[in-house]
Write a protein that binds this ligand. Structure first.
Ligand SMILES: *Cc1c(COP(=O)(O)O)cnc(C)c1O
Length: 370
């Protein structure tokens, strides 16, 4: 590994493959695998990750918004791409790039049918989402009759899948609620398939759903965070490998005398003896939010923990390296695949790995490790 000389997010494709194979080993052989690569593949690098997973013969991709799907098509992704959060303004680019919209209420379904008919489409693949308790997007049980009528009235579109999303798949205290969601979806989907006279694919599980509810894998599962190395529990995270390591270097070292302060608003004050600090070239514009400041977050310098002191700046953080043997230019680890994982760092600041990793901004260089 070349020595790090600036802030770098290293992305390890071998770890990605490990996670993919681990999650796949939990499925029946004929269950399809959809990789959720929204938000730059959770802040990693959607292009490289999607291309690599396509080479591993993944079945499906999903993004949140249409423009993310366009970006994948532009780098050569040819597998089907489900757009989880369709907005009517994007119908044109959806069609132009053969993206498959999730249609989640009567308004957008009606609009998409009219659009597809206007473009002389036949059996354009769409996906229908049911709300079974998350109360975010999706049709309700009472919408089914209207839905069936709309579908049976046109051949411009065809339902390729019916799906739903679990509200608390990682929380076993909510097991009863989750089982009820699965039951509701099963009933809805079966009635719906009967009424339209063909069987779309069914899917419901995210990563934690895959791990905790094997009875709900249906025809396909949708994994995001697990592919990137986090399992939503200590036990499952141990079976997965974080694919990303965020590293940087020490730009400058200061010795702060008693009574002096560090950073904006003088948020850190040296109280005891001299505090030795290191200034690092990354800040909240790179994804290390202000919640990590003032001792909540930490980095690792030559194997030792160095707390972030004072307020996080836009482009820099300062860390306490008193008693750590180091010099300007030395490598610093923000998170890696070991004890100082993104999950641990996020927990220290009271947030979750999803938020930390998806926040790493596009300013940070990515290095793909094959
Ligand atoms: C983001 C998302 C997923 C992936 O969830 P993970 O917990 O990251 O595996 C699956 N399904 C839907 C609808 C999503 O929005």
């Amino acid at each position: 590994m070349p020595k790090v000389q600036e802030t770098i997010l290293e992305i390890d494709l071998k770890a990605l493959k490990h996670n993919f194979e681990y999650l796949k080993s939990k499925l029946e052989p004929n269950t399809n695998f959809l990789a959720v690569v929204k938000a730059f593949a959770y802040g990693n690098d959607a292009d490289e990750i999607a291309k690599y997973l396509q080479d591993l013969n993944i079945d499906y991709f999903a993004v949140a918004y249409a423009n993310e799907g366009v970006a994948l098509r532009n780098v050569g992704v040819t597998k089907p791409i489900l757009v989880l959060h369709t907005l009517a303004v994007n119908f044109d680019i959806i069609l132009e790039h053969c993206l498959e919209p999730n249609l989640y209420n009567a308004k957008i379904l009606k609009e998409f049918i009219a659009f597809a008919e206007g473009k002389n489409q036949k059996h354009y693949p769409i996906h229908l989402k049911f709300n079974t308790g998350l109360n975010r997007l999706g049709f309700l049980k009472d919408d089914v009759d209207g839905l069936v009528a709309m579908l049976n009235n046109t051949n411009a579109i065809k339902a390729k899948s019916l799906f739903s999303h679990l509200a608390a798949s990682e929380d076993l205290n909510e097991r009863d609620f989750t089982l009820e969601q699965i039951h509701t979806f099963n009933t809805l989907a079966n009635n719906f398939s009967k009424a339209i006279g063909y069987k779309p694919m069914l899917h419901m599980c995210n990563t934690s759903g895959v791990l905790n509810y094997p009875e709900a894998h249906f025809n396909m599962v949708r994994c995001g965070v697990g592919l990137y190395g986090f399992g939503n529990s200590k036990k499952e995270s141990a079976n997965l490998k974080p694919i990303a390591r965020l590293k940087t270097v020490i730009s400058q070292i200061h010795h702060i005398e008693k009574g002096e302060s560090v950073g904006y608003n003088r948020a850190f004050k040296s109280e005891g003896a001299v505090t030795k600090t290191a200034t690092l070239p990354l800040g909240h514009a790179d994804g290390i939010g202000r919640i990590y400041g003032n001792g909540k977050g930490f980095v690792t310098v030559n194997g030792k923990k160095a707390p972030i002191i004072g307020n996080v700046c836009m482009d820099m953080i300062m860390v306490n390296i008193t008693n750590i043997d180091c010099k300007e230019g030395d490598e610093v680890v923000i998170f890696d695949d070991k004890t100082t994982s993104a999950e641990t760092l996020a927990e220290h600041a009271g947030t979750i790995s999803y938020e930390l990793i998806t926040s790493i901004s596009q300013r940070v260089k990515r290095a793909i490790i094959k």
